[in-house]
Design a binder for this molecule. Structure first.
Ligand SMILES: Nc1ncnc2c1ncn2[C@@H]1O[C@H](COP(=O)(O)OP(=O)(O)O)[C@@H](O)[C@H]1O
Ligand code: SF4
Ligand SMILES: [Mg+2]
Length: 375
């Protein structure tokens, strides 16, 4: 369900960590947008920068990246962050300073304003309210001592600055969202604690918590990773219900290609901090254009593609070679040491991220001359 109105536009996003070995470019020149009611997925190798995009949108990347540096960083890492803070105060970019800096840069346009230009006080009005985040179900993602109805209501109370919400209204909204994600017998079980629920139910309760504010955009990072294979489908179904029944936009970060195929309209594919390909999920899953996407899907295909792959006589196999070192990326295209189609140009020149057909973006020099590939 999408009516074409753009909700969020990420433009030239960079998110770098300062590490003892140098800058780790977790997100590098990433651009994409999400329309109203649209569900966009991001998949790609572990460590490719997917979660860093979520942290940047939530406005917490700099804080998290700095935390380690303040406690255990070396002099150089601290110098870079001091420089970054000065640059931010003056509204200057790395380019204007003449040195690559850690932290976030670029633009995140949301309702006509650039989130990256907001101060913390302004961000707090958006974070957890208009844009919400679903963490992975784990011991630390919920309060083990508090009943789930109170935890689910927490964001409502927190944003009710004028104290105008009636308790009855809060309970009604809590029951509505818990019911939506199909927690059975909510009217009785709402008084139970997280440990009384299965991990799959906890994950769905976390989704309910992210929905209670009626957000414009909900971001879920690996929502099916922490739960058992047996209950993954229930979590997927809950996301599917959210997508069908509510008019919100979703950003789903996941290596679960089944989840991506089932619940997203568009998908971006990441490797080494770069968005290698972005387009309609149906296109990307059926006719992946980028050599990395092809190799990645073939390394861990979703169930529904396995039969097709066998019928076509193709082999399921891991991507040969090593995942690139994010502090010391290969020259040119970061995929070139592992790409079977690489030519000299690929070793020398970073490919541009370009729109090769309507709503289909690819970062590859050789897209037009690659052999046909269809699943
Ligand atoms: N706090 C941190 N400090 C330094 N490097 C980090 C930190 N958090 C993540 N990284 C590194 O940043 C890269 C991207 O991480 P992440 O965004 O979590 O990737 P993904 O979600 O795709 O697995 C990885 O190489 C990871 O090791
Ligand atoms: S630019 Fe070259 S190395 Fe990179 S994916 Fe395309 S063909 Fe492969
Ligand atoms: Mg991650």
């Amino acid at each position: 369900m999408t009516d074409g109105e753009e909700i969020i536009r990420i433009e030239g996003l960079k998110a770098f960590y300062a590490t003892p070995r140098g800058l780790l470019k977790a997100v590098n020149d990433v651009s994409f947008s999400i329309n109203k009611g649209e569900s966009v997925g991001i998949f790609g190798e572990s460590g490719a920068g997917k979660s860093s995009i979520a942290l940047a949108i939530m406005g917490v990347f700099n804080k998290q990246a700095k935390m380690f540096v303040a406690a255990r960083g070396n002099e150089e890492m601290k110098r870079l962050w001091t420089l970054k803070e000065k640059a931010m105060k003056k509204g200057l970019t790395s380019e204007e300073i003449g040195e690559e800096l850690p932290g976030v840069e670029g633009h995140i346009w949301f309702k006509g304003q650039d989130l990256l230009a907001l101060d913390e006080k302004e961000y707090r009005k958006i974070r957890g309210n208009e844009i919400t985040y679903v963490p992975q179900a784990s011991r630390s993602s919920m309060n083990p001592y508090t009943e789930i109805d109170l935890q689910t209501a927490e964001a409502l109370w927190a944003h009710d600055e004028d104290n105008i919400l009636w308790e009855r209204e809060v309970i009604r909204r809590v029951l509505t969202v818990l019911d939506l994600v199909e927690i059975a017998d909510v009217d009785i079980r709402r008084k139970m604690k997280p440990s009384d629920f299965s991990m799959g139910e906890d994950q769905r309760i976390l989704i309910a918590m992210a929905l209670i504010m009626n957000p414009v955009l909900m971001i879920a990072d690996e929502p099916t990773t922490a739960v058992d294979v047996g209950v993954q489908q229930r979590v997927m179904d809950a996301i599917q219900i959210v997508r069908d029944k509510l008019d919100i936009s979703l950003l789903l970060i996941s290596n679960d290609q089944g989840l991506i195929a089932q619940t997203t309209d568009k998908v971006g594919v990441m490797s080494a901090g770069y968005m290698m390909e972005f387009g309609k999920t149906l296109t990307i899953m059926k006719r992946p254009g980028h050599p990395f996407t092809r190799a990645f899907i073939m390394s861990n295909p979703p169930m529904h593609l396995i039969r097709k792959i066998r019928e076509k006589g193709l082999k399921i196999r891991g991507i040969p070679g090593k995942v690139p070192d994010m502090v010391d990326l290969p020259s040119g295209c970061p995929f070139h040491p592992r790409c079977e189609y690489a030519i000299d140009r690929c070793r020398e020149e970073l490919p541009e991220y370009r729109e090769v057909e309507e709503e289909h973006w690819v970062r590859c020099h050789r897209f037009e001359v690659l052999p046909e590939f269809e699943l």
